[in-house]
Design a protein around this ligand. Structure first.
Ligand SMILES: *Cc1c(COP(=O)(O)O)cnc(C)c1O
Length: 566
């Protein structure tokens, strides 16, 4: 039986070999083989040419060198003998991280199963009050960068009331919740007007946050290029400083993200580099107003000109700029008319989409952002339709299916409560706080340097004489939580309504920290200091080095795993 099977198989193989030989020797085959080969060669050299054009020979060489060394050290750290030591070190870090993130003790109970009988309301409220006392970064005192943008009790009470009134609402059912549909449409329209969208064509949707707005902008650009120009290998060009949401979009939707370098002095994207990266696969160019790391507004006007010349859509990420950037012109007319405030919105003809986070400087409850388009031909490509689904004709405008209408009510109530004058005066006080921090650093703390010329709410600074991450750790000891940046190493503070009260204290504490670190370096040996390194200095010391970079992934996976430990 098995023998006859084998025989049949070998017969088939020998016959097909004969057949293949016959095909291979036919002139038609050799022609088509040559064609396939020529095509492969062409497309390969086109790719090589594109890369060479976009990055230059030096750029490609340094990219290759960097990835090769990373790869080398990754393997080295996995080598027998070394591997065990590395794993031991990593697990030490993971254990201490878990102790911090998942505190345990006699006064903390973790509930791993449903209570057999439902709790009373009093018991639940008491438990939640107890939870809110868990040790945390002091946002209430204005000592955290970003995170809580308003935090005023009156506004929180109003939002809570709005949430309560609409807690059952779901935008998936506009017939059941016409009130929420109306509020959502109004929120989008108000924000479109804030960004000077064309009166009759501008459109948008609400989303769950800045990341979703970016995901949708990228998705829509990808699908538009696919349907209109048959682009099957989409590429997006964005500054190296652009929000990681673009990397996430590239990861989720199979897009190649080309990071354009920034100008080393202005920290704005290098326009020449962007131009060189444009090719027939480019589906979107992006710029930030301002960017997260340094609070710098890219040259959006320059990007708009490029976008028009090459007929490519342009996205402006104003997620962080949100309700500060639209007021900058007015604010500077009042506080310092010598500052040149660039136009970054739909008044620039090349701008086709803008994202704006209502949950940042719009002060709405978290889970709220707006994605806007110049006209509906862009928005259409972010829509999802399944018209022959057995569950009925289905359509949904954004990533989620069911959506929390309560958040729309909270956002609408916030916008109506703040009003144009409320947003103007908060933008003014926030910008003034950032300017105070910036000028005080320049005047009083010579060891620190502010990066670029930030005119919005974020100020980033670095040091050429100190390890800036040690400054971060020293500030942590004083109750502050600043954001650590890398490439180059720096820290930033995103000023909020709460920091307008604490910015003088911030500068004083920064000055103290710098002095303390200098003193310690004078007195102790470098190896002693290394041993005492805080979390920030340790993490970025490891992340910043090519030889240990691979280890960071393990720590970050551990961090994410910790989020779900009970
Ligand atoms: C905050 C931010 C985003 C979006 O972040 P989410 O956390 O998803 O709201 C996008 N771009 C910039 C520049 C940001 O600062």
């Amino acid at each position: 039986m098995s023998l006859s099977l084998e025989r049949t198989a070998s017969l088939i193989v020998s016959h097909s070999r004969l057949l293949l030989d016959a095909i291979a020797s036919s002139p038609a085959f050799s022609l088509s083989r040559n064609l396939v080969f020529a095509y492969a060669l062409c497309s390969l050299s086109a790719t090589a040419y594109r890369e060479l054009w976009a990055r230059g020979p030096l750029g490609i060489f340094s990219d290759l060198y960097r990835s090769a060394s990373k790869l080398f050290f990754r393997y080295l750290l996995r080598a027998p003998g070394i591997r065990d030591k590395v794993d031991a070190e990593v697990s030490k870090v993971l254990v201490s991280m878990e102790q911090q993130m998942v505190p345990r003790g006699p006064d903390i109970t973790y509930y791993r199963e449903l209570p057999q009988h439902g709790w009373s309301e009093e018991q639940i409220i008491a438990e939640m009050q107890h939870l809110s006392l868990m040790q945390h970064s002091a946002w209430e005192a204005g000592k955290v960068s970003g995170a809580v943008y308003h935090g005023g009790k009156e506004l929180i009470d109003l939002q809570t009331q709005a949430y309560g009134m609409f807690s059952v609402a779901n935008q998936l059912h506009p017939d059941v919740f016409p009130d929420v549909r109306k509020m959502e449409a109004e929120v989008v329209t108000m924000v479109l007007n804030l960004f000077n969208a064309p009166q009759h064509s501008g459109v948008g949707t609400t989303t769950s946050g800045g990341t979703e707005s970016l995901l949708l902008a990228c998705l829509s650009a990808k699908m538009k290029a696919y349907h209109e120009r048959h682009v099957t290998q989409p590429e997006i060009i964005a500054p190296i400083t652009v929000h990681a949401g673009f990397d996430k979009a590239a990861y989720y939707f199979g897009i190649k993200l080309r990071h354009a370098p920034m100008d080393p002095v202005t920290y704005k994207v290098n326009l020449k580099a962007v131009r060189r990266m444009i090719n027939s696969n480019t589906v979107l160019i992006a710029g930030s107003a301002p960017n997260f790391p340094h609070g710098i507004i890219d040259d959006i006007e320059g990007l708009s000109k490029l976008a028009l010349r090459y007929k490519i859509p342009l996205h402006v990420d104003a997620c962080l700029g949100s309700f500060v950037v639209p007021y900058l012109e007015r604010v500077y007319r009042e506080i310092d008319p010598t500052v040149n405030v660039p136009v970054v919105d739909f008044r620039l003809p090349g701008v086709t989409s803008i994202s704006c986070d209502t949950h940042k400087y719009g002060f709405a409850p978290k889970g709220s952002s707006i994605i806007m388009y110049r006209d509906s031909s862009y928005r259409r490509h972010q829509y999802f339709l399944a018209t022959d689904w057995s569950g009925g004709v289905y359509a949904s405008p954004t990533l989620a299916g069911s959506r929390p209408g309560a958040l729309i009510a909270g956002c609408w109530a916030t916008l109506m409560k703040m009003g144009d004058d409320g947003y103007y005066s908060s933008a003014k006080s926030i910008v003034e706080a950032a300017r105070l921090i910036r000028s005080s650093i320049a005047a009083d703390i010579p060891q620190l340097t502010v990066l670029g010329d930030p005119i919005s709410s974020v100020v980033a600074f670095t040091s050429s004489t100190l390890n800036i991450y040690e400054v971060a750790d020293s500030m942590v000891a004083k109750g502050w939580h600043l954001s650590a940046l890398q490439n180059p190493a720096a820290l930033h503070i995103a000023c909020t309504k709460l920091t307008t009260e604490s910015c003088v204290m911030l500068v004083r504490d920064l000055k103290d920290s710098v002095a303390q670190i200098e003193l310690a370096h004078g007195a102790e040996s470098e190896s002693d200091i290394k041993k005492k390194q805080g979390d920030t200095a340790m993490l970025y010391g490891v992340a910043g080095s090519v030889s240990t970079n691979g280890v960071v992934d393990e720590m970050v996976y551990g961090f994410l795993d910790n989020l779900y430990k009970a």
